[in-house]
Design a protein around this ligand. Structure first.
Ligand SMILES: Cc1cc2nc3c(=O)[nH]c(=O)nc-3n(C[C@H](O)[C@H](O)[C@H](O)COP(=O)(O)OP(=O)(O)OC[C@H]3O[C@@H](n4cnc5c(N)ncnc54)[C@H](O)[C@@H]3O)c2cc1C
Length: 492
């Protein structure tokens, strides 16, 4: 591979040149090429300061050879409309004024000191990839899984095992947010109905073998307190040969619920959807379903207290029945219910991971910050270090919400720009040379385009060979991702 860096900024730098000029661009590193990182880069390039002549040199780093963060490794494969967002992010990075360095891990391949040596400012946009903990007895049993790990598997994440044990007939999914819906939907769908998506071959093969008949989703509070969004909830009813089952005794509404239905359109829509589904069920029949081969049960007011097992394996899950307390919160009733299940997926939220040399709020799972300005352990601002996206705000909200984060962070960075500590080695080609000297097999934007084209070609080949049209088949192995990417050869 050629290591030449034909940068968007000059290679030799007059150390005396003013920062933010063509001779000495203001150098900014962004760690993480998920939506938050790309939006931050894009907004910086479109800022008023840049329109007024400020020259920036922006480098975007990611630990994977592929950009887009959780859009690639979180969003469910059967959500193709999200691809529209990928197209917009692709256009930003394809313009040529932001460089992409893939397969570079902050903390392993580059330290904060390295970044501060080469850049005037650093923005962390490292998101979240792990499950929040659920501390109940039995959580360690074989058959008890983190929903985020399952998501990583079905989305073809390079660093997780290729095999996923799909042997359970009855499955519990704990959580009442959109990720719980994704996990339950993918578990209950027929694999053939996912074949049109970009799922990797090993995922299709794994899901195809699944003997699942019943997936139960459990929430601690009532139907008016769910954290789903209406579109994602309605989508449950679109799965072929999957019945939705609801339970009348779970439809409890307190004063706070009534108020939420009155004042919040989303809640009103979702309570309407759930109530309609309940009414449509034939309550009088012994079996309220249409006879589909798989069922997706939605339970409310269930607080998980223990995962039960035998010989180290999950055999069931115990809940305490909750009731609403008038304020929309739930309290236990002292009544316990057991469900026989062979697998439990906890999907009670994601949680950010601490980053080396950066103060971390372990309670919230975010980099300690004030409006995106990173703070040290003593609460004072760390000059030139910023955060955006889920690692700044916590792992909640949709892709669009990361735009607001990015705007706040870059506004603060640009306001601080004359005070930023100056990079010691600001030459644009220095960072590539450093990575090269460390033997880091970094990839480029051209490399991603090569990999993108390769995955689309695999999709075309699968379309020729198989029963359905496939736009893309994801490459899962990191080695293969890197080797295809580096075959593009050029770093600009
Ligand atoms: C399962 C799931 C499904 C979702 N579905 C939807 C949906 O359908 N619609 C929607 O709008 N939103 C959805 N979201 C929310 C959306 O994914 C997030 O709002 C968004 O991705 C957050 O963006 P981010 O850039 O902060 O983080 P991320 O998307 O997590 O991006 C962070 C990036 O940083 C990189 N990184 C992390 N650590 C390092 C390191 N040490 N060195 C280098 N790089 C690093 C990661 O590789 C990653 O590319 C979903 C989220 C999840 C978890």
């Amino acid at each position: 591979m050629s290591t030449a860096v034909s940068a968007n900024t000059p290679e030799s730098v007059e150390s005396t040149a003013a920062r933010g000029t063509a001779e000495r661009p203001l150098r900014i590193a962004i760690i993480g090429s998920g939506p938050a990182g790309v939006y931050a880069a894009d907004m910086l390039t479109k800022s008023e300061e840049v329109r007024d002549g400020l020259v920036l040199g922006i480098d975007l780093f990611d630990r994977y050879p592929a950009p887009y963060g959780l859009i690639r490794y979180g969003v469910a494969p059967d959500h193709p409309r999200i691809k529209g967002i990928v197209n917009a992010l692709h256009k930003v990075l394809d313009r040529g004024d932001i460089r992409f360095f893939g397969n570079v891990d902050y903390g392993t391949d580059l330290s904060l000191e390295d970044l501060q040596t080469h850049y005037d400012a650093v923005i962390f946009a490292t998101g979240a990839i792990k499950d929040a903990d659920l501390n109940i007895p039995g959580i360690e049993l074989d058959g008890s899984y983190g929903g985020a790990d399952f998501v990583s598997w079905y989305d073809g994440h390079p660093d997780v095992p290729r095999e996923w044990p799909l042997t359970a007939k009855e499955i519990a999914v704990i959580g009442n947010g959109n990720v719980a819906l994704d996990v339950a939907r993918v578990l209950s769908k027929h694999a053939d109905d996912l074949l049109v998506t970009e799922i990797p071959d090993n995922v299709y093969a794994g899901l195809k073998e699944s003997p699942v008949t019943d997936v139960h989703i459990f929430g601690r509070r009532g139907p008016a307190q769910v954290k789903f969004t209406p579109l994602e909830l309605r989508e449950l009813s679109h799965s072929r040969d999957v019945d939705i089952v609801l339970y009348e005794e779970d439809f409890d509404f307190d004063d706070a619920s009534d108020e939420a239905v009155k004042t919040n359109n989303q809640i009103k829509t979702m309570v309407g959807t759930l109530t309609n589904w309940l009414v449509e069920q034939d309550d009088d029949a012994a079996d309220p379903t249409t006879g589909a081969s798989r069922r997706l049960h939605l339970h409310f007011l269930h607080n998980p207290v223990e995962i039960t097992g035998e010989d180290g394996k999950v055999t069931g899950i115990k809940f305490e029945r909750n009731e609403l307390d008038g304020t929309g919160n739930a309290r236990g009733t002292g009544e316990f219910i057991d469900y026989p299940v062979q697998a439990v997926y906890r999907s009670v939220g994601y949680f950010g991971s601490a980053l080396p040399d950066v103060d971390f709020d372990h309670r919230r799972g975010v980099v300690t910050n004030d409006g995106g300005r990173v703070l040290g352990a003593d609460g004072t601002q760390v000059p030139g270090v910023y955060a955006t996206g889920w690692i700044k705000r916590g792992p909640v909200g949709l892709i669009g919400h990361t735009k607001g984060d990015a705007l706040e962070t870059i506004t603060h960075l640009l306001a601080d720009r004359t005070e930023l500590p100056a990079a010691v080695v600001p030459a644009a080609d220095a960072i590539g040379a450093l990575l090269e000297s460390r033997g880091v097999e970094f990839t480029s934007w051209e490399g991603w385009n090569e990999l993108d084209a390769h995955e689309k070609a695999l999709g075309a080949a699968a379309t020729e060979a198989g029963p359905v049209a496939r736009e893309r088949v994801k490459v899962v192995s990191r080695e293969e991702m890197v080797s295809v990417s580096r075959s593009a050869g050029v770093l600009r």
